[in-house]
Design a protein around this ligand. Structure first.
Ligand SMILES: Cc1ncc(COP(=O)(O)O)c(C=O)c1O
Length: 208
């Protein structure tokens, strides 16, 4: 099976214009170094191999009741269980979306709607993605208040700045975990203060 996949991958790489240029440069002793993995990156080989059967063969709509649909549905449920196991949570809490903008819209609009009786205050950072900033514009038109915390020289957000802005009307703290332009990763896992925001103040965080 892997031999077939390797052959397919070789065939695909022939189709890729940049990859061809890269090989051409390498032959001349030059090489292109791609340093923009935070903007986008190659799909991990293991992921690509796992997906190939569903891209080329078992491509059914998981909502269909025929054999192709059921096969796709089973594969999705298997993946959902795997992700839940990794995150140590229930699989019904894992929702797959088509990408970043859809996830952001689902969470921000969903939380704003669900918590509207509690409040409409959101605390965020100054360096959010345009996909998030556009949702803020929409939420502001509905009466939500958005507070922006500054970033330091390392493009990091200080959790104490977030805590200072918390009020009893705060319903969500969306922070861009990995910045697609600067490559900065927020030190969220290192700060118990972030956990305090969720556990002590009972305010959900959204990491994008
Ligand atoms: C934080 C964040 N949100 C949203 C997006 C947009 O994602 P998509 O193109 O999948 O909608 C990106 C893309 O880089 C992103 O980094």
């Amino acid at each position: 099976m892997n031999k077939i996949l390797a052959k397919e991958q070789k065939a695909l790489s022939k189709l890729c214009a940049v990859r061809r240029k890269h090989i051409e440069y390498s032959r001349k002793g030059k090489c292109m170094i791609y340093l923009d993995y935070n903007a986008t990156t190659l799909i991990d080989k293991e992921v690509a191999y796992t997906m190939i059967p569903y891209l080329y063969g078992d491509f059914g709509n998981p909502s269909s009741s025929h054999v192709l649909g059921v096969t796709a549905k089973n594969a999705i449920e298997h993946a959902r269980n795997q992700v839940a196991q990794l995150l140590n949570c229930e699989s019904k809490g894992i929702v797959f979306t088509s990408g970043g903008s859809e996830s952001n819209n689902t969470v921000l609009k969903g939380v704003a709607h669900t918590y509207k009786t509690k409040g409409s205050h959101i605390i965020t950072s100054e360096i959010e993605h345009l996909a998030i900033l556009n949702i803020y514009k929409y939420l502001e038109s509905l009466g939500c208040k958005i507070s922006y915390v500054p970033i330091d020289q390392y493009v990091s957000v200080n959790p104490f700045d977030i805590e200072r802005l918390i009020t009893d009307k705060t319903i969500l703290v969306p922070i861009m975990d990995s910045n697609n332009e600067t490559g900065t990763i927020q030190p969220i896992r290192k700060f118990p203060k972030y956990a305090k925001i969720i556990v002590f103040y009972f305010i959900p965080m959204h990491l994008s």
